[in-house]
Design a protein around this ligand. Structure first.
Ligand SMILES: O=C[C@H](O)[C@H](O)[C@H](O)COP(=O)(O)O
Length: 259
């Protein structure tokens, strides 16, 4: 028989929130740290997409309610919009708030220069638009995303959002120029390809060679007609919080970054 005090401890909401797997604890720790450190009253906040941002939205809602903060949230995807609505946060748009104070978002891989691969959840286009409007892009990630060079850790490739009619020529052009494989991302619970929030397809470029100049690679790909955007976020993030399995957070800052 469990003692009543132990039972109460185990069943309280707060205790349950602590009983996370090491990976989820890491995500939560990074998200909480970013929200605690980078959100201020009267801020316009970009809300990223993915599984780590879920913890950030939770923490933001907690702070808004406790501290009576007046903030506006700009979503980077359908999922982000749902999170904002679910937590009763104030939903805004770039039409009314074209300058974002801080954008908090996840990443699939982060290298030593804080260059990123994003778009594992197919949300890269709106994420990049909102990040480009932000005075500060803060990335929250677990320890598995911490990498020296892009491609070292994340094996699912670099996502590229494309106009549907152009996907085959784009596959060929990337393969011919850089090698590797360029796969059309297929849906899991639907026959056919993944369709993004913007009605486009996603190509995942895998088995690519390392580059010393991702900016150049990114520019080449973006110039191919039919490419809408890539999941390469080069020179955009200024601070990354990597949550660790023990709940601590490693902070990586790129001081020289100019916006
Ligand atoms: O398209 C999805 C986004 O770029 C996510 O921010 C990225 O995939 C990281 O997601 P997660 O926090 O689930 O690892």
């Amino acid at each position: 028989m469990l003692k009543k005090s132990v039972f109460n401890f185990l069943t309280s909401t707060k205790s349950f929130s602590k009983m996370l797997s090491p990976l989820e604890s890491a995500k939560q720790a990074a998200a909480f740290k970013a929200v605690d450190k980078h959100v201020q009253n009267n801020y316009v906040i970009g809300i990223g997409s993915g599984s780590t941002i879920v913890y950030a939205a939770e923490r933001l809602a907690e702070r808004v309610s406790k501290e009576k903060l007046n903030v506006v949230c700009i979503p980077t995807s359908f999922q982000a919009k749902q999170l904002i609505v679910k937590h009763d946060l104030r939903l805004g748009s770039l039409d009314t708030h074209p300058t974002v104070d801080v954008c908090i978002d996840g990443a699939d891989e982060v290298d030593v220069n804080l260059d990123l691969i994003k778009g594992g959840g197919a949300c890269l286009l709106q994420e990049k638009i909102v990040a480009s409007c932000a005075n500060n892009l803060v990335i929250i990630a677990d320890y598995t995303k911490d990498s020296v060079k892009l491609g070292d850790q994340y094996k699912k490739g670099i996502p590229i959002e494309v106009i549907p009619m152009s996907y085959v020529p784009i596959q060929n052009k990337i393969r011919n120029r850089f090698g590797g494989d360029v796969n059309l991302r297929m849906a899991v619970a639907k026959a056919g390809p993944v369709i993004t929030d913007n009605g486009n397809f996603i190509l995942d470029w895998v088995n690519f060679k390392q580059s010393d100049d991702w900016n150049q690679v990114n520019t080449f790909i973006r110039m191919i007609p039919g490419v809408v955007e890539t999941g390469l976020f080069i020179g955009m993030a200024r601070i990354v919080y990597f949550g660790q399995a023990d709940g601590t957070v490693k902070e990586q800052i790129f001081n020289a970054r100019n916006k």
